[in-house]
Design a protein around this ligand. Structure first.
Ligand SMILES: *[C@@H]1O[C@H](CO)[C@@H](O)[C@H](O)[C@H]1NC(C)=O
Ligand SMILES: *[C@@H]1O[C@H](CO)[C@@H](O)[C@H](O)[C@H]1NC(C)=O
Ligand SMILES: *[C@@H]1O[C@H](CO)[C@@H](O)[C@H](O)[C@H]1NC(C)=O
Ligand SMILES: *[C@@H]1O[C@H](CO)[C@@H](O)[C@H](O)[C@H]1NC(C)=O
Length: 690
């Protein structure tokens, strides 16, 4: 360095000595000829150079007429004069001495070598010093192997934009990141950032690709390439795309064509999903069916209450859930939804008979007069104008849905009139027992009131304590029951039942008689006596046959036989309308009691043929037949606990739905009705003694 400063000082003096020196040079040229001193000159100067870390770099420097000392500087710091450059282990100045080559060789290049270099030659007293260009030695660093954070398998969600990140750290210069999907270079939605290290000059490169996964990307390989000048071939890494998607499902029903009530229906949902594990849920009209966890829903013997219901299946996996739904259209046979068993009119007025039925498809309704084939009208209402006497009677409405059994119901057109009591003249009971005296009145319109008198006087219920009366409305009449507890001797006698409506009144007298209890000896005596009489008769017959045709005295036997037959006739008289009423009403009585099931079962066993005409009371599949079907779970099949039982139904619906089934004959006059065919009267009870 000192030689350089001396040389620089010398330059200062040049101005003053310029002319003198020029003179001397001319003189030397003239007198010394070729002996003049030549300038030092660079033959080869160093150039900017890049070298990969660990490799060898050579910065060139070759000088002609070298007089002074040659030295390299690194970032203006001289490295040394000796070719071996002992202070710098990996540095040396190489080249041919004769050729005056002083190339700076750096082996195993590292970060500290990344600097500015210059080759200098000091001046001597004869020649000036020289400096080369300042050049940069750039040491290149290979970036680390790139890393995709999601590797080796990147779960991505179908259609959901996702950033995949690839990092290539410690590059110099920064690595450039590029992406290949399935071998195709990607050039859209790429982002990259570079993070410079403070300590050294290395740079971390972070690349992102914004991928909108499609189903065809599933299983494809996404590659990340990282390259900079230190690399001849790029580093790369890859990730396999696992495109996840919520279930893609379809709902199927195993019934082809129309669904009819009672069919076994199975709904199945199937589909694909990634991840494959699917959780299934089922809904009926939006209500979760918590017991259904499979992909099938069985609806055995489907009820019509499912008609228009929406069944939904929901499939969920880790990614999301999908729903499919189906609205059920269940065809079912007709059933009556409102019932008026009768309509009462005044003559010359208009009457509207109603008969509303539901079904799928909607039932068609036709009207006929009972026991006539002539169709009077269609639709749920039959309007009759200016009713005449001949119009009164029983009408029959028939509801039909194609493919199902038709159903019919009777509606009576009655004339308003005074009440009419069905008479029962005598009633037997015993002392100290409870007697019930019933009084049944046919009354259209409904009776205003019914009351009891005893021996011509009104009964004072509060003071008597043992007497009580209760009324019960009947479809076209009223029943009043007078109950006498603990019958006393003075209770036997006449009871007067009166009934009044807007059109008039009726009254009936029922006599309560004491039933004699025969003492045991009488009974035994009676039995013995009967046996004796029979023996005598047999004997008499034998004698009679022996002496037949002998005298006319035997005629008396024939006579007595015929009279006996006549008496029998009276006893076995066909039941009248009154009997039918009693029968119906007694059945009603049972319905209200706990004996419903007995009655119900016996009906379905014995009267199966009535099914078509009385579906409301008989068809067991019709338990949901009320206007408001219960909102129960799909598992609620008829017979399950949550289906309303028969008792529930009758309690709420009885009054609307009941029509006496035996009331089937033509009515010519409201109160004088023809006889009905013999009915089973075995169960019939009336004015029961308990
Ligand atoms: C050498 O590198 C330096 C700094 O990077 C630059 O300024 C100069 O122009 C380069 N020289 C040549 C000859 O390229
Ligand atoms: C993806 O990364 C880029 C760059 O960092 C960012 O701008 C973008 O919002 C990211 N997108 C998503 C979906 O994360
Ligand atoms: C539908 O599936 C149910 C339940 O497996 C079965 O009982 C029924 O017979 C099937 N119906 C038809 C039409 O295949
Ligand atoms: C029954 O009561 C009516 C009045 O309600 C009365 O006119 C009639 O005489 C009574 N008959 C008997 C037998 O008591």
């Amino acid at each position: 360095m000192s030689s350089i400063s001396e040389y620089l000082q010398g330059i200062h003096c040049m101005d003053r000595m310029l002319w003198f020196q020029l003179y001397l040079i001319l003189l030397a040229d003239v007198f010394l000829g070729s002996q003049a001193i030549e300038e030092q000159v660079f033959v080869t100067q160093p150039e900017n150079l890049s070298v990969v870390e660990g490799a060898t770099a050579i910065l060139k420097c070759k000088v002609k007429n070298k007089q002074g000392i040659l030295q390299w500087t690194r970032n203006d710091f001289a490295l040394g004069k000796d070719r071996n450059l002992p202070s710098f282990e990996r540095y040396s100045m190489v080249g041919n001495d004769d050729a005056m080559e002083y190339n700076l060789r750096i082996v195993n290049a590292s970060m500290e070598d990344d600097a500015l270099y210059q080759c200098q030659v000091t001046p001597t007293k004869d020649v000036a010093g020289i400096r080369s260009n300042t050049v940069r030695l750039t040491v290149l660093f290979r970036p680390d192997q790139p890393q995709i954070l999601e590797a080796p398998i990147a779960p991505v969600i179908l259609g959901e934009p996702t950033n995949i990140t690839c990092e290539a750290k410690n590059g110099k210069p920064a690595a450039k990141i590029s992406w290949y999907l399935n071998g195709q270079m990607m050039n859209r939605k790429l982002y990259s950032t570079e993070v410079r290290r403070k300590k050294n000059k290395l740079v971390d490169s972070i690349g992102h690709v914004l991928l909108v996964p499609k189903s065809e990307h599933s299983g494809k390989i996404l590659e990340c390439y990282a390259i900079n000048e230190a690399l001849t071939r790029p580093h790369k890494t890859s990730v396999k795309l696992d495109v996840q998607y919520p279930p893609d499902i379809m709902m199927q029903i195993n019934v082809t064509g129309k669904i009819q009530e009672g069919m076994n229906v199975q709904l199945t949902c199937n589909g694909f999903a990634n991840p494959q594990h699917i959780r299934w849920k089922w809904y009926r009209n939006g209500k979760h069916l918590s017991k259904q966890t499979g992909n099938t829903l069985n609806l055995p013997s489907i009820s019509h209450v499912y008609n228009t219901n929406t069944i939904t299946c929901e499939a969920s996996n880790a990614v999301g859930s999908t729903r499919k739904e189906k609205k059920l259209n269940i065809e079912y046979g007709p059933r009556f939804i409102t019932t008026t068993s009768h309509v009462a009119v005044d003559l010359e007025e208009n009457a509207k008979l109603k008969c509303e039925a539901e079904g799928n498809p909607q039932p068609s309704i036709i009207w006929r007069k009972k026991s006539s084939h002539h169709i009077l009208g269609s639709g749920s209402t039959l309007e009759l104008r200016q009713v005449r006497e001949a119009d009164l009677g029983t009408y029959c409405c028939t509801a039909t849905v194609v493919g199902f059994n038709e159903i019919s119901r009777d509606v009576l057109l009655l004339k308003n009139g005074p009440p009419h009591i069905l008479r029962e003249k005598q009633l037997y009971t015993r002392k100290d027992e409870t007697a019930r005296i019933e009084c049944i009145a046919i009354s259209v319109p409904k009776p205003v009131n019914m009351y009891w008198m005893r021996n011509g006087k009104a009964i004072d219920y509060p003071s008597s304590e043992r007497f009580s009366a209760s009324d019960e409305e009947l479809p076209y009449g009223m029943k009043s029951t007078l109950q006498i507890k603990n019958v006393h001797a003075e209770d036997f006698g006449s009871y007067n039942c009166s009934v009044t409506n807007k059109y008039g009144e009726d009254m009936a007298v029922i006599t309560l008689l004491e039933e004699e209890v025969l003492p045991m000896p009488y009974i035994i005596g009676g039995a013995v006596g009967s046996v004796a009489v029979i023996l005598i008769i047999i004997l008499a017959c034998v004698i009679y046959h022996k002496y037949k045709n002998t005298d006319s005295g035997t005629d008396s036997y024939t006579d007595s036989d015929s009279t006996m037959e006549k008496k029998k006739d009276v006893k076995s008289e066909s039941p009248t309308l009154m009997d039918q009423w009693r029968q119906d009403y007694n059945k009603e009585f049972y319905r209200y009691s706990d004996n419903y099931d007995e009655l119900y079962n016996s009906k379905s066993n014995n009267n199966a043929h009535v099914l078509h005409t009385e579906p409301y009371t008989l068809d067991p599949s019709n338990r949901e037949g009320s206007m408001m079907p219960p909102a129960y779970d799909y598992v609620s099949r008829p017979g399950n606990d949550d289906v309303p039982g028969p008792a529930d139904r009758y309690e709420s619906n009885y009054n609307r739905t009941y029509v006496p089934r035996s009331f089937k004959s033509e009515i010519t006059d409201t109160y004088t009705m023809p006889r009905l065919p013999p009915a089973d009267l075995s169960n019939t009870k009336f004015a029961t003694n308990v």
